[in-house]
Design a protein around this ligand. Structure first.
Ligand code: ADE
Length: 251
């Protein structure tokens, strides 16, 4: 399989108790990048690293409280085996968790320059903390959150982070220019969300495409787009705009 010349192939390992949850990685942009050999995705079932008849992966939390915590032993064995499979690469262990630092475009950009991401998808109340402590002494560990809400497990976050990283790899998007105007793209879009976009027809259900976009005047179009990005960011993301959110959640 051919790989993009300057860039090393990105290897992505994902460990989960629901490997089927990761099936969308065969589709669309990530699926095509796999087929083209730009990325090497390997999905692992954590239960294959259990030692008991019931393939147990969790137990009750020390100190009491609700829910279950994932056992350190299966995680230790799974991650040892993955790390041991290629000593030549520099992995980042990504642990999705609502208690992590917020995952941003800056993480995606940094990880797209690396050569190996390993995702540890927790379920229940999370993974025994000693797993992150132990592997943090061996490799870089990033506990990241998609946002201020709680998912049932790390799988959806692993899909989201994988897609955010893979679309930044050289040669994955058809037009290499198209990431430049993304919301949060480094440069002038760093703290901005993208403004509205339009396509044909010019009039739809009584609604017109803004005239400037039909003008063919590139300078005016660029200026308009930037202005719209600022306006959207101000109204929808005052946190990015350096203004205090109103705190009014009524709408
Ligand atoms: N796992 C559960 N909730 C999550 C979140 N908000 N972000 C990342 N991983 C999670």
């Amino acid at each position: 399989m051919p790989t993009s010349n300057a860039h090393p192939q990105l290897r992505i390992d994902i460990v989960s108790i629901f490997p089927d949850y990761l099936a969308p990685l065969e589709l669309s942009l990530v699926g095509k990048a796999r087929e083209a050999g730009q990325i090497d995705v390997r999905i692992h079932d954590l239960r294959d690293c259990t030692q008991d008849r019931h393939r147990t992966v969790d137990d009750t939390p020390y100190g009491g409280g609700p829910g279950m915590v994932m056992l350190p032993e299966p995680w230790g064995d799974a991650l040892d085996s993955i790390l041991g499979s290629d000593p030549s690469r520099t992995p980042v262990l990504v642990v999705p968790t609502p208690s992590g630092e917020r995952f941003t475009q800056a993480h995606a950009a940094k990880w797209a320059l690396g050569d190996w991401l390993i995702f540890a998808c927790g379920r229940y109340e999370g993974i025994d903390s000693r797993v992150m402590e132990h592997f943090g002494e061996r490799i870089h560990v990033a506990e990241v959150s998609l946002g201020d809400y709680v998912l049932a497990g790390g799988e959806v976050a692993a899909l989201a982070v994988t897609e955010a990283v893979v679309r930044l790899l050289p040669g994955v998007l058809g037009n290499s220019e198209s990431v430049v105007d993304d919301s949060f793209a480094p440069g002038r879009m760093a703290d901005l969300v993208e403004g509205p976009v339009y396509t044909k027809p010019p009039l739809w259900r009584g609604l017109e495409v803004p005239e400037v976009l039909l003008s063919g005047h590139h300078g005016r179009i660029e200026a308009w787009r930037l202005e719209q990005a600022h306006e959207r960011t101000r109204t929808r993301r005052p946190d990015l705009h350096g203004e205090t959110p109103s705190g009014d959640m009524a709408d």
